[in-house]
Design a protein around this ligand. Structure first.
Ligand SMILES: C[S@@+](CC[C@H](N)C(=O)[O-])C[C@H]1O[C@@H](n2cnc3c(N)ncnc32)[C@H](O)[C@@H]1O
Length: 480
């Protein structure tokens, strides 16, 4: 099944889980259940609502059968459908899954006297894993399909508590899995890490942290996509319907490495989770800070120009009603420059007043690149668009879509523009950003949410530069 063609995998969301990740997800689930190293029987129903060919069901089935090795074999087999349930919309995958799981039952069947043998149970069935009428599960384990879905009015209403804007189907599976757990139940999911940060999943975060707080997360650092078949950052996250004080963080590349023990993230805001052991302190300190960039007086937005929608209005030379376009590459070394690679697309012809109102920036601001290349050492690449620079560029500029714009929301924000630009350029803030998102994208939502210390600490940063500023900022995030 892992040999499905890439196009078929992508089209149907059929990225089947490799055995080592399935084993690890089961291991994390066992830890949440408080199990020791001995084999345990399942405590109640374990369900994979998007089971494919049953990869995630194999490790728990094996353990359950080993634990029941001295029980009545016929009874053990007969009870399996109450213990393990796989569902998949693809009837063929369900059939293959049932055969694979049945093969695991053969040693148990061999213990049943020949005359008492019954057909082995089919544990994966064709169906809808999001069916709200499914009975509660003690354990929901899943590698759900990913991708945007358009929902009809009644489904939108059903999921209104967890969706915002576009719905991503993996979020619906997580929400439904968390809702439909028995008391103390555990939800274990191999999912993109986007649920832990961006704006679109903020309701899901709020719901999960109330319903079933995070118990553990292991980041899958597989940039090639060969483990998971998907290029976005992926993780194995375990949630439990019980209050607990600690959540563990680990990462797996070729081997598993412990990263940190954290207070379970709470609420709808972006969750701060370190990806690197060196960032454990910073994430813990940042989570305690009272302010954010938006509370300090800055609004973050995305540059409005999507260049390929305005191809015909873009010019290399200045002209009547043309405004300078600023691109990501123009933010360089803490300053706004004109990168020669962008000079062929330097001006946008403004059509009318409405176009000018939407497209042009006429006040000084702080600009921050929205995406950085994976090999780039920094995630945060900022520069101040000073009043002088803005005048030099004509007093009005157009910001391209790969640039974030930070504008003051109050007459005197808690940090000046120049200081915001310098603080974002520190090594410490770059590390904080990496705890908010493991991807190369820096969204305006995450920028606005960057945690900052109290007003008097911010005031003490004004005027500091270079290593002096680095030290002062590091101290506020408890880095020595
Ligand atoms: C990413 S695959 C994972 C399969 C399996 N759990 C594994 O880990 O190998 C997701 C599966 O979800 C199934 N699927 C998509 N939508 C579904 C739905 N509404 N109900 C049940 N299964 C669904 C797809 O057919 C696919 O097999």
């Amino acid at each position: 099944m892992q040999t499905l063609s890439p196009s078929s995998r992508a089209q149907h969301g059929q990225h089947y889980t490799p055995a080592d990740l399935a084993d690890h997800l089961w291991l994390q689930t066992r830890v949440a259940l408080g199990w020791n190293s001995e084999d345990h029987r399942l405590p109640g129903l374990l369900r994979d609502p998007a089971a494919g060919s049953g990869a995630l069901l194999l490790p728990p089935l094996r353990e359950h059968l080993r634990a029941a090795a001295s029980d009545d074999a016929a009874l053990t087999l007969a009870a399996l459908p109450q213990m393990i349930e796989g569902i998949d919309q693809d009837g063929y995958a369900a059939w293959v899954g049932s055969v694979i799981l049945a093969a695991e039952m053969l040693p148990t069947l061999a213990r049943v006297p020949a005359k008492n043998r019954r057909p082995l149970p089919a544990l994966v069935r064709q169906g809808d894993g999001l069916d709200p009428k499914l009975s509660p599960a003690a354990i929901a384990i899943m590698n759900p399909p990913y991708g945007r879905v358009s929902l009809d009015a009644s489904s939108r209403e059903q999921y209104a508590h967890v969706i915002y804007g576009h719905a991503n189907i993996y979020g619906l599976f997580m929400a439904e899995g968390a809702r439909n757990l028995t008391i103390d139940g555990v939800l274990s999911a191999l999912v993109p890490t986007s649920f832990a940060a961006g704006l679109y999943q903020h309701r899901l975060r709020g719901y999960l942290s109330e319903q079933a707080p995070l118990r553990s997360v292991t980041f899958v650092q597989d940039r090639s996509g060969s483990f998971t078949g998907v290029l976005q950052e992926t993780c194995m996250a375990v949630f439990q319907r019980r209050r607990h004080r600690k959540a563990t963080v680990a990462r797996v590349n070729i081997r598993i490495e412990s990263v940190a023990s954290i207070v379970p993230p709470h609420g709808a805001g972006p969750w701060l989770i370190p990806r690197d052991p060196a960032d454990a302190t910073i994430a813990a300190a940042a989570a305690q800070l009272p302010l954010s960039l938006s509370a300090a007086g800055y609004h973050a937005s995305t540059g409005p120009l999507v260049w390929n929608r305005r191809r015909d209005d873009i010019y290399a030379r200045p002209g009547k009603a043309r405004r300078v376009i600023l691109w990501g590459a123009d933010i360089d070394g803490g300053e706004v420059r004109r990168d020669i690679s962008r000079n062929a697309q330097r001006y946008l012809a403004i059509r009318d007043d409405r176009d000018a109102a939407v497209m042009t920036l006429t006040e000084p601001a702080v600009l921050v690149q929205r995406t950085t290349a994976p090999e780039q050492t920094r995630r945060l690449v900022p520069a101040e668009l000073t009043p002088e620079k803005l005048q030099e560029l004509g007093g009005s500029v157009v910001i391209e879509n790969h640039v974030n714009v930070l504008r003051p929301t109050m007459l005197v924000p808690l940090l000046s523009r120049a200081t915001v630009a310098r603080v974002l350029a520190t090594r410490t803030l770059d590390r904080v950003m990496r705890c908010l998102s493991g991807t190369v994208a820096v969204s305006s939502y995450e920028l606005a949410a960057l945690p900052l210390p109290a007003a008097e600490v911010l005031a003490s940063w004004e005027g500091l530069v270079g290593e002096e500023l680095e030290l002062a900022v590091a101290k506020a995030y408890r880095l020595s």
